[in-house]
Design a protein. Structure first.
Length: 368
């Protein structure tokens, strides 16, 4: 990880009311695409100034350019379509209002709209500040195309998962090259697939789909690593592993023990951003399986509620993690984004920035 600070954020921020209104107006035909872009760019500039003031090394567009952390990116490929209904996913106590996303043909890369979005954020860089691009992982697209609402369309074009994995990896390699050519040197994969496969409920869920957990884990690792083949040496790829984050709810619970031997040990990324904000995440023992070439970003501060964590309790947990990973390879962050989808989590913008200040204060106390 290129930054010299020992703290970061995952990348998404609460959407301002002005942005939500502008998107609704644009979708209803009330304002033009150019007018909508002008509003977005104004608000992204304001957000970036706040990120710089917070002492962050990495800046992002806050995901202001999308409604959903993952689906909008998928829609930038050839062969993918979506519709408003049929994409809901049951979270803890709430159904995530998502759009059904499915194949209409073979998957191919094209000039991805996220690349132009990245160029704008890169133009806002300054000394000591780097624009990073957050995108869903290749495994996330693989999972999306294998869920029940997508599976039938997937099998029309891909009789087996091996072919699907090859095309996903190829499409990602092409978009990664587009981002690199635009000046991007840090990409963060957001990946709920490993979080969805932990815990006792996962085995039952996948068994109902006729899938064995071991095979699924091997496929997730394969598609992610295949997408990274041939990447430039100076391009950093990090991954954020999550158990679901929608309107302050979660999708799954369970420790990392069952996936550490795959993603911690064998995925070819530079850093792991790990959700560790409550007991749903289990203990730190699986960190012993992290390969020595990786850094670990401990997500010890929750974005799901406004209450600030006790500073000394967080420091004690960092010391516990240090038993498995040397302190110089550890960093601190919130456990997830503040608004994985436009709806956002249940806290205010002021409370969001208070969380980030706490992360910085703790990092400065621990790492100096």
């Amino acid at each position: 990880m290129a930054n010299k600070t020992h703290f970061d954020v995952v990348g998404s921020y609460l959407r301002p009311a002005e942005l939500k209104k502008a998107r609704a107006d644009f979708e209803a035909g009330g304002i033009s695409k150019e007018e909508f872009t002008e509003i977005k760019h104004k608000l992204i500039k304001q957000l970036v100034e706040k990120q710089k003031a917070a002492g962050l090394h990495y800046i992002t567009d806050g995901e202001y350019n999308r409604k959903f952390w993952h689906l909008d990116f998928f829609w930038g490929f050839e062969g993918i379509a979506h519709k408003n209904d049929g994409g809901g996913v049951q979270f803890a106590g709430e159904v995530a209002d998502l759009e059904a996303t499915f194949l209409t043909g073979k998957l191919r890369a094209k000039a991805h709209p996220f690349v132009e979005d990245f160029k704008f954020v890169k133009s806002l860089e300054s000394d000591g500040v780097e624009a990073k691009q957050t995108i869903p992982s290749p495994a996330q697209l693989f999972q999306q195309l294998n869920i029940p609402s997508s599976f039938e369309s997937t099998r029309k074009f891909y009789p087996n998962n091996d072919e699907l994995i090859e095309d996903i990896a190829k499409a990602y390699r092409e978009v990664i090259k587009q981002l690199y050519d635009a000046g991007c040197r840090t990409i963060q994969f957001d990946d709920c697939t490993w979080g969805a496969i932990v815990g006792d409920a996962a085995a039952q869920r996948y068994k109902s789909l006729g899938l064995e957990l071991k095979e699924v884990k091997e496929q997730l690792l394969k598609v992610n690593n295949l997408a990274l083949e041939g990447k430039p040496a100076d391009l950093e790829i990090n991954t954020h592993i999550c158990r679901g984050n929608y309107h302050s709810t979660y999708f799954t619970s369970g420790p990392y023990d069952g996936v550490a031997g795959y993603v911690f040990a064998k995925e070819h990324v530079n850093s792991l951003y790990l959700e560790y904000d409550d007991e749903r995440s289990g203990g730190f023992a699986p960190l012993a399986q992290v390969s020595p070439d990786k850094k670990v970003v401990l997500g010890l501060i929750t974005t799901k509620k406004a209450e600030l964590e006790d500073k000394q309790s967080v420091i004690a947990r960092i010391r516990e993690a240090e038993k498995y990973i040397p302190l110089d390879r550890l960093l601190l962050s919130p456990q997830c984004g503040f608004a994985s989808c436009e709806i956002g989590n249940k806290l205010t913008e002021e409370e969001q920035w208070a969380k980030i200040r706490l992360v910085r204060e703790i990092a400065e106390e621990v790492w100096g």
